[in-house]
Design a protein around this ligand. Sequence first.
Ligand code: SAM
Ligand code: SF4
Ligand code: F3S
Length: 451
Amino acid sequence: MVQKKRNNLKKKIFIKTFGCQMNEYDSNRILDITKKINYFPTTEKSEADCYIINTCHIREKATEKVFHDVGRVKKEYKNKKKPILIITGCVAQAEGDLILKKDRYVDAVIGPQSYQSINKIIKEIENKKDQHNITDFETIKKFDELKLVQNHNSNVSSFLTIQEGCDKFCKFCVVPYTRGPEYSRNFSEILNEADELIRNGSKEIILLGQNVNAYKDKNKRLSDIIFALEKKKDLIRIRYYTSHPKDMTKDLLDAHKECTKLMPLLHLPVQSGSDKILKSMNRKHNIKEYLKIIQILKEKNSRLKFASDFIIAYPGENENDFIKTCELMKRVKFINTYSFIFSPRPGTPASDMEIIDEKLAKKRLTTFQNIAENIKINYKKQLLNKIVKVLFENKMKKVKDKYFGRDEYQNPVIVDSKKNIIGQEKKVLIKKFSQHTIYGEIIDTGNFLAA
Ligand code: SAM
Ligand code: SF4
Ligand code: F3S
């Protein structure tokens, strides 16, 4: 009877997440926070009492997408009780007033630094249906609250935000305006949360920050967190992203040599291969410095490979600048790239610059992506018949006895297994690959060959 009454009090919350890993981390933490007021996660988006859209503002049409999504929610709930609808994330921060004004169906907008207020807001909306706009930059308060809320994430691979915001002000980027100034969390608080994740079953921790390597808490740097995690017995893997070339300090470079749990893939966004464009972007590094970092890292750890972000057709990019970007791609042979055409973001300095003809921009993007794809295919070919280490994250839903994991370079790998291998690292012989996945066989014996 008591149990039944308790269940009746339970409400359902659904979050749709867009954007970067930091938004994914935030969505999980929102689910942790709202448990305190009896809202429990559902994966059924049509049965939520509270529906959250966690948004990203990094590229074009972000605000339009939010309005489309709100339209979809309205349709979904047409013949049902209206859910509490909250827009969170970077579009909420940048366009909160507009969203509330344009659509009365939205109950609240909450910016990325204000999630500590979410329970109060939900309660207020439950009681009286006022609209709320909570978009102060209160990073300290956010993490002061979060440290008191248990992290329930039990994924094999878990995100852990250690740093927020950005002071770099690249001319194209909204992040300094949507996430606010750089803020680093307290060192021991981060390790406490890591312990919690490891106790929950996490075998891999991915340290996150908009500029994760700008982390600084008194004399502690990112490398100190990595070295501290290296000592955790039940943790197998450590990764970090996204890092800025300017903040690749010596201690961090050394960590790539000394920490065996630090995975040999570094995501180091470069954006362009042309010094002229990098200067005009206000990137604070040139190509020579970038290549030097790569060279030092390879000397420290020859197994290291690199991933990067590129912006194609940035204002002022001529054919010669573009060729330099393609040459850089061929020279470093990035095994993973994220490339997009420049998108003018409202309020950023680059939004006033003259944009490159759309047809030419698309042509350059296709040329660049073809080069990147060929490099990737050649890289994958080299993996065939090699043995790699795979950490298994989950069992595949629609096919029997198949498990999904990632190798040390984050390549997705699928194998057959009758036994449950979730959370285990296994040696896998690579047999074939498709565009997005690699397929292999678990082998119990044999020497591990560095791929
Ligand atoms: N802090 C990281 C760095 O400095 O490289 C990047 C973080 S940003 C959230 C992720 C990526 O989005 C950037 O590396 C960039 O390539 C891309 N990006 C940001 N603003 C963009 C814009 N206006 N147009 C196209 N791509 C953009
Ligand atoms: Fe954006 Fe990264 Fe530049 Fe900061 S350093 S402004 S997050 S691209
Ligand atoms: Fe997008 Fe905000 Fe992340 S703009 S990429 S969700 S920091």
